[in-house]
Ligand binder design. Structure first.
Ligand code: IMP
Length: 194
């Protein structure tokens, strides 16, 4: 359920839950990649997840970034703005995403890594909105599954490039934000209710 317009946002993952989930994901990824791994983070949303994740991974890690632009929501057409610097030929790659929704972006990225010769390609996403999936791609490492109508902000996730630096994830109301982009500035002052 979407919170009613004007309702205060509710917490989806608070700071403790984020720490627990990220540590668990890092542990799983480490176990699955004893010979090391390349993390490819999708800018900008995955930046914070990546930074926290790599500090808990206990195997050799290389990091690279992709910047993309989507031509239109749900179109599946993606343009690469910044490509890989590393050679991922025969490497195990984990694509790090903030949120997988339709899976269209992910499908493009998996193909892109495959074209670059990666040996094994898996995905880690903080949030998974599988109800809205168009491309049935599995996400191997998931922080949390969220409902199809949950619009979320914080910990990298943005609205108009704002609210990324909230240290927790909240479920917000898009109509409220459209009417007043400052509507959630109070979140910087206090921990919202869960
Ligand atoms: P898709 O899986 O190709 O549909 O695209 C997922 C991308 O859309 C994510 O990486 C986010 O950047 C963006 N996105 C989707 N839902 C939300 C949301 O609720 N809040 C903020 N960004 C979102």
């Amino acid at each position: 359920m979407t919170p009613p317009s004007g309702a205060p946002p509710t917490v989806v993952l608070d700071e403790d839950a984020l720490r627990d989930r990220v540590e668990a994901l890092a542990h799983e990824i480490s176990n699955d990649h004893p010979d090391g791994v390349v993390f490819v983070a999708v800018l900008k949303g995955a930046l914070i997840l990546l930074a926290d994740l790599v500090r808990h991974v206990s195997v050799d890690v290389s990091v690279d970034f992709l910047a993309i632009s989507r031509y239109a929501p749900d179109s599946g057409r993606v343009r690469i703005l910044k490509d890989l610097d590393l050679d991922v030929t025969d490497r195990d790659v984990v694509i790090v995403e903030d949120l997988v929704d339709t899976g269209l972006t992910l499908a493009y990225l998996v193909q892109h890594m495959s074209d670059r010769g990666a040996r094994r390609i898996t995905t880690c996403a903080l949030l998974n909105r599988s109800e809205r999936r168009i491309v049935p791609l599995p996400v191997r490492y998931v922080g949390l599954d969220i409902p199809g109508d949950a619009y979320v902000l914080g910990y990298g996730l943005h609205a108009d490039d704002r609210y990324r630096n909230l240290p927790f994830v909240v479920r917000a109301d898009p109509d409220t934000l459209r009417a007043d982009p400052d509507a959630y500035l109070d979140l910087y002052a206090a921990e919202p209710r869960s």
